[in-house]
Write a protein that binds this ligand. Structure first.
Ligand code: FAD
Length: 293
C-alpha cells in the first residue's frame, strides 16, 4: 500500500459533530463531518482522541456505522417518502420511510430513515464506569469538535463485489460494523443474502431496531433474528438465553453454502461464536472476527 495512503489514515483530523442522536437510552450515534475523509469500507473503524484542558489525552476505537457512498449532494426543502437519496443532504425537508445515503437531514423530520455515506457515523454504547464512552454518549453535542483518524482495518471488511451469502453475528454494540455492512449492501442494492443474528440483553438494548425492522420488511434478502439474554419480549417463543449451536445452525447460513461469517462483540462472545461456527463445519478462513474488549 502506498505510504501516502497509510499516513493519511494515521493523521488525526479535527471532525465536527453534525448530529448526536439516541439509539437507545444508553447508546448514541454521532454523525461526524471529517475533513478530507477518503471513504471507508463497512467493517472498518476509527480512533477517536479526546484532549482535556490540562492536555490529558484518551483515545478509543469505534466502528464506523455508516456506509460510504461517495460525495454528498443536496436536496433542499424536499420531501422523501419511501425513496432513496444517494449522497444527499435534505435541508428543511421530511424523510419518511426513506433512505438518505451519504448525507444529513437538517431541520427536517426523519422517521425510519437512514443517513450514511458522506458523513462518518459511530455509535457509542455508554459503559457506566468507562472513561471515554460516557463523554461521547452523554456530553458531546452538535457543533463540538473531536479528533478522528482512520479508516482503520483491512480484514474485518465486507466488499459489495463479494457474491457469497453472509452470516453476521453480533453481541451488543458489536452490531455497529455489521450494520455498516447491511447499509452498504442496501446502498449498492446488493443481492447477496444476508442473515443477522443479534444478541442483546433486552429488547430495549437493541441498536437500530426500527431501521432493521424496516429493512427486513422491504428486503427479502435480509433476515434478522434476535437472541435475548436477560428479558425477552412478551410472547417470545423461547426464554432468555445465550447464543448456542442450535441458534447459529437455525438462523445462520449452513456451511455448505460457504457463507462469509462476520462475528463482532465482547471477546468472550466472539470466541464462543467462532467455536460454534467451526464446530458446525464452517471453514475458519471464512470466519472474520472483531473483538470490542
Ligand atoms: C476495533 C474496535 C471497535 C470498537 N467499536 C465500538 C463501537 O462501535 N461502539 C462502542 O460502544 N464501543 C466500541 N469499541 C469499544 C471502545 O473502544 C471502548 O473500549 C469502549 O467505549 C469503552 O471505553 P471507555 O473509555 O468508556 O471504558 P474504559 O475506561 O476503557 O473501561 C472499559 C472497561 O474496563 C474496565 N476497566 C477500566 N480500567 C480498568 C482497570 N484498571 N482494571 C479493571 N478494569 C478496568 C471498566 O470498568 C470498563 O468496564 C470498539 C473497540 C474496538 C477495539
Amino acid at each position: 500500500m502506498a505510504r501516502t495512503a497509510v499516513s493519511r489514515r494515521l493523521t488525526w483530523r479535527a471532525a465536527t459533530v453534525l448530529e448526536a442522536r439516541w439509539e437507545t437510552t444508553t447508546a448514541r450515534t454521532l454523525v461526524l463531518d471529517v475533513p478530507d475523509w477518503p471513504g471507508h469500507l463497512p467493517g472498518q473503524h476509527v480512533d477517536i482522541r479526546l484532549t482535556a484542558e490540562d492536555g490529558y489525552q484518551a483515545q478509543r476505537s469505534y466502528s464506523i456505522a455508516s456506509a460510504w457512498t461517495g460525495e454528498a449532494g443536496t436536496v433542499q426543502g424536499g420531501t422523501v417518502e419511501g425513496g432513496t437519496v444517494e449522497g444527499g443532504t435534505v435541508e428543511g425537508g421530511t424523510v419518511e420511510g426513506g433512505t438518505v445515503e451519504g448525507g444529513t437531514v437538517e431541520a427536517g423530520t426523519r422517521e425510519a430513515a437512514t443517513v450514511g455515506g458522506g458523513a462518518v457515523e459511530i455509535t457509542v454504547q455508554r459503559l457506566e464506569d468507562g472513561e471515554v464512552s460516557p463523554y461521547l454518549a452523554d456530553v458531546v453535542e452538535a457543533g463540538d469538535r473531536i479528533e478522528v483518524r482512520g479508516p482503520i482495518g483491512g480484514w474485518f471488511v465486507w466488499r459489495d463485489t463479494a457474491t457469497a451469502p453472509v452470516t453476521l453475528i453480533a453481541g451488543g454494540s458489536g452490531v455497529v460494523p455489521l450494520m455498516a455492512m447491511i447499509r452498504a449492501r442496501g446502498a449498492a442494492r446488493g443481492r447477496q443474502p444476508f442473515r443477522l443474528i443479534y444478541s442483546v440483553r433486552t429488547p430495549q438494548d437493541a441498536l437500530y431496531a426500527d431501521e432493521l425492522r424496516r429493512r427486513v420488511r422491504d428486503d427479502p434478502g435480509l433476515d434478522v433474528h434476535f437472541v435475548y439474554t436477560r428479558t425477552a419480549p412478551e410472547g417470545w417463543p423461547v426464554p432468555p438465553r445465550r447464543i448456542d449451536v442450535a441458534t447459529v445452525n437455525d438462523h445462520g447460513w449452513p456451511p455448505d453454502f460457504q457463507p462469509d461469517c462476520f462475528v463482532c462483540g465482547p471477546a468472550g462472545f466472539v470466541e464462543t461464536v467462532a467455536d460454534i461456527l467451526v464446530a458446525l463445519g464452517h471453514d475458519p478462513k471464512l470466519i472474520r472476527t472483531e473483538r470490542f474488549g
